[in-house]
Design a protein around this ligand. Structure first.
Ligand code: EQ3
Length: 319
């Protein structure tokens, strides 16, 4: 049997992913624009009672200095309109620039606005704002999921803002990407049950932000499937994706299973935690990597899943 990307997606099909994330993101999308902004404010404030994202660093924020200066000059009404425009994907100059920010730059943009909202430099939530029942319902849904899922929902909402988010994929060269400093010691790990060199090299390369080395492990027509997304196919597309989304991630795989299947293909499921530079060790996301390697030992397919619960870290069954 030879594999297609479509059939490869079904390896280790009993893996339970955090379905609450797309479900909650969809509920959010049904809110009207002012309710969306209010929801984000309250969800972020609620999260901030236990953990807050790290400041993105001066060098990163400087990449957006021009836009920040413009925003500081605006009246509170104009600032509120700007936030509405971003959330409603309106076609405005700032909303267009935003579409060219990488994921971390988008998060950093809102991080800065959030700080300025607290200080009154950017229009805060109106005093006496009354939460609608719809906002309350989505907030309650968010409170029921764990922190790693909550930050994923927040991240999804920010990624989808701006004018035509798909533009950002087309013109990678122009995308503003953040960089996060790493400690010189790369994280040590051993994966109980997996010794496959390709898998180990993949994690090592990702833990060093060495995306070229990680992508060199893929077959030419290989694919990477991020959580809740369709596979990204081909080395070039995977490289630009990882440059944008893979910066500063700390991967701590712990367990796994390897099996030889048909025609020299092998499949490997690895579980462990991944930390984002925004929350560091305060939020360990429970992750599974499902690898399918071709007979040459190259990655034909890897899916990255955000797991439904910590219990899923122990699920290494084949079906
Ligand atoms: C100002 C405020 C509060 C109110 C206003 O009304 C609206 C908004 C938007 C506001 C601001 C909100 C803010 C500042 C939200 C910030 C949220 C943050 C910092 C969220 C960060 C989340 C990061 C996550 C979930 C990262 C996950 C990464 C993963 C799972 C990566 C996995 C990968 C692995 C393991 C691989 O092997 C390959 C690649 C891949 C990247 C897929």
């Amino acid at each position: 049997m030879s594999y297609t990307i479509e059939s490869a997606r079904n390896i280790f099909s009993s893996t339970q992913v955090a379905d609450a994330v797309p479900a909650t993101t969809a509920k959010f999308a049904e809110l009207n624009i002012d309710d969306q902004l209010a929801f984000l404010w309250y969800a972020y404030a609620e999260l901030g009672r236990t953990i807050t994202p790290a400041a993105p660093g001066k060098a990163n924020l400087q990449l957006m200095e021009g836009i920040f200066n413009d925003i500081k000059q605006m009246s509170h009404e104009e600032q509120t309109q700007l936030m509405r425009d971003l959330a409603s994907n309106a076609d405005t100059p700032i909303s267009r620039s935003y579409a060219y920010f990488g994921v971390n730059a988008k998060l950093g943009f809102w991080w800065q606005l959030g700080e300025w909202m607290k200080q009154g430099i950017v229009a805060p939530m109106p005093a006496g704002y009354q939460m609608s029942t719809q906002v309350k319902a989505v907030l309650e849904a968010v409170q029921r999921i764990d922190q790693s899922q909550q930050i994923t929902v927040l991240r999804n909402t920010v990624v989808n803002m701006g004018f035509d988010p798909s533009l950002a994929d087309k013109k990678q060269a122009e995308v503003i990407n953040f960089k996060f400093p790493r400690s010189s010691l790369s994280p040590q790990f051993t994966i109980e049950g997996v010794t496959e060199p390709t898998v180990l090299k993949y994690i090592e390369a990702m833990n060093a932000d060495n995306f070229e080395a990680a992508v060199a492990l893929f077959a030419n027509n290989g694919a990477l499937q991020p959580p809740f997304q369709k596979p990204i196919v081909g080395q070039e597309a995977i490289t630009s994706y990882l440059r944008d989304e893979g910066q500063g991630l700390v991967m701590k795989p712990t367990k796994g299973v390897s099996e030889t299947i048909e025609d020299g293909y092998t499949q490997h499921k690895v579980t462990g935690t991944v930390e984002t530079p925004w929350f560091g060790g305060n939020v360990g996301m429970n992750i599974a990597w499902r690898f399918l390697l071709d007979p040459q030992g190259q990655i034909y397919f890897v899916a990255i899943d955000l797991l439904a619960s910590p219990k899923e870290l122990l699920n290494l069954t084949r079906k």
